[in-house]
Design a protein around this ligand. Structure first.
Ligand code: CDP
Ligand code: CDP
Length: 225
């Protein structure tokens, strides 16, 4: 019986990765690593420091001088960049609509993947992103690929915005999500892709609890092997 396994969760924007990854990690007392937050953190810093987001080398140099920490707190995971809490600002539109450009660069990905592999080294980790099952944790005992229609995913984000009291435009969200899906799937270096050994779950008509329970059940099956 394996003690601690690694769980990779990939899929497009709004499929429910981070929400269920957090629940599964908590249930199993594993660490949760939100790799999207790392790309968002770098994007935030590049925008703040006027670094050319088309220039891979400049971004990679910036990343070398940036300390990104994911620190679990009571309610949610905090994202700390060079000692400053950026948890909320990295979710703003400006970052969301730029992050896929930053994340497409080869050197940026090499450095990020290296850091993420180190975080997952000891096992006992639930990691979510786009290339976790294919690049970051290719030996993960459990790989899950979450999908849902663009309509459902945009609706979810829309609802989330409204609940937070933000203004929200459903049609605009659909376009932004589709564009990001396209950029993430069509890039040259570690594109968004289901690993051959990943289990696909369509979350379109499933609740958060149903998805989390399913993954938890799969994880327990893997541990008994
Ligand atoms: O939560 P949401 O689905 O909106 O996105 P995220 O997980 O925060 O990721 C933001 C962006 O980072 C994605 O659209 C990708 O461009 C990039 N990303 C990536 O390239 N590789 C990862 N492992 C995770 C995120
Ligand atoms: O991390 P990712 O971008 O894949 O998605 P998320 O941020 O975890 O989920 C996007 C939104 O969908 C959140 O508001 C979740 O509460 C919601 N959600 C849902 O309604 N039903 C699910 N089965 C999963 C997520």
């Amino acid at each position: 019986k394996l003690n601690k396994i690694s769980i990779a969760i990939d899929g497009p924007a709004g499929a429910g990765k981070s929400t269920v990854a957090k629940i599964v990690a908590e249930k199993m007392s594993y660490i949760y690593v939100d790799t999207g937050a790392m790309y968002r953190a770098l994007t935030y810093k590049a925008l703040a420091e006027n670094v050319n987001i088309q220039n891979d080398q400049e971004l990679a140099d910036l990343l070398s001088h940036t300390n990104i920490q994911l620190s679990p707190s009571e309610k949610r995971q905090l994202v700390i960049v060079d000692g400053i809490d950026v948890t909320d600002v990295i979710r703003e539109d400006k970052v969301t609509n730029t992050v896929s450009t930053v994340a497409a660069h080869r050197l940026v990905r090499e450095k990020m993947v290296k850091q993420q592999k180190a975080l997952g080294q000891a096992g006992g980790v639930v990691m979510d992103g786009r290339d976790i099952g294919t690049e970051v944790l290719p030996n993960a005992e459990l790989k899950v690929f979450l999908v849902a229609s663009v309509e459902v995913r945009a609706e979810r984000r829309h609802l989330e915005n409204i609940q937070k009291g933000y203004s929200s435009d459903l049609e605009k969200l659909k376009k932004e999500i589709s564009l990001r899906d396209q950029q993430d799937s069509e890039r040259e270096f570690s594109p968004l892709r289901k690993a051959d050994d990943a289990i696909e779950i369509d979350t379109s008509s499933l609740s958060i609890t149903e998805v989390a329970d399913r993954i938890y059940q799969l994880a327990n099956e893997r541990m008994e092997k």
